[in-house]
Design a protein around this ligand. Structure first.
Ligand code: ACO
Length: 163
């Protein structure tokens, strides 16, 4: 699926090059976890004049729910709305494909991301306690605190009762 916002091109890609993979590691430092979920996911990039700007990974969590496993924007381009657009497009893609909800997981330490996701209509629905301690070889620190728990935020899409 291809889409444009201004001069920025959003498209699904079939192969992951080193630049895209490095960007994925910005959102998720576990190479093995990223490699594992990429096998079953759809990957979309945002680019301008052929230059990579951002990436997102959509994973079919179940028949009813899609998960945004990874979303990242190049550090020098953050804060310009690209992340918002990548997430808004994910909501649209999930909705068009008939999913009932879309979710995203982030750390208890990721205050900016938690703000962004809630602003886009996601609500905290679950917590995976000690996820970042149990699944990552190195401790992760962000905003001066240790990442321990994964907060799951969900946005409802189509109402099942209407179908
Ligand atoms: N800290 C503070 N505020 C933030 C942060 C942050 N880390 N990220 C987003 N925001 C705020 C912005 O200030 C902005 O606020 P405003 O609308 O009031 O002006 C709002 O969120 C929207 O910002 P965008 O410009 O649309 O977001 P951006 O293009 O920067 O993309 C993203 C957001 C993807 C989180 C980007 O900052 C990034 O790549 N961060 C590093 C990787 C990362 O943490 N990815 C998410 C991990 S969780 C996961 O992948 C499932």
């Amino acid at each position: 699926m291809t889409n444009r916002k201004g001069d920025i091109l959003f498209e699904e890609i079939r192969s992951i090059d080193a630049e895209v993979f490095e960007l994925l590691l910005l959102a998720d430092p576990s190479k093995s976890l990223v490699e594992a979920y990429l096998k079953q996911s759809e990957v979309y990039t945002a680019s301008l004049n052929g230059k990579l700007q951002g990436v997102k990974v959509l994973y079919p969590l179940s028949l009813k729910t899609v998960e945004i496993k990874n979303v990242a924007v190049k550090p020098d381009l953050q804060g310009q709305g690209i992340g918002t657009y990548l997430i808004e497009r994910s909501i649209e893609i999930a909705s068009i494909s008939g999913k009932l909800s879309i979710c995203i997981g982030t750390s208890n330490t990721s205050v900016g991301q938690l703000y962004l996701y809630q602003k886009l209509g996601f609500e905290i629905t679950d917590i995976k306690r000690n996820f970042f301690i149990d699944n990552y070889s190195e401790p992760i620190f962000e905003n001066g605190i240790q990442a321990k728990h994964m907060l799951i935020l969900t946005r409802q899409l189509n109402d099942e009762r209407k179908n």
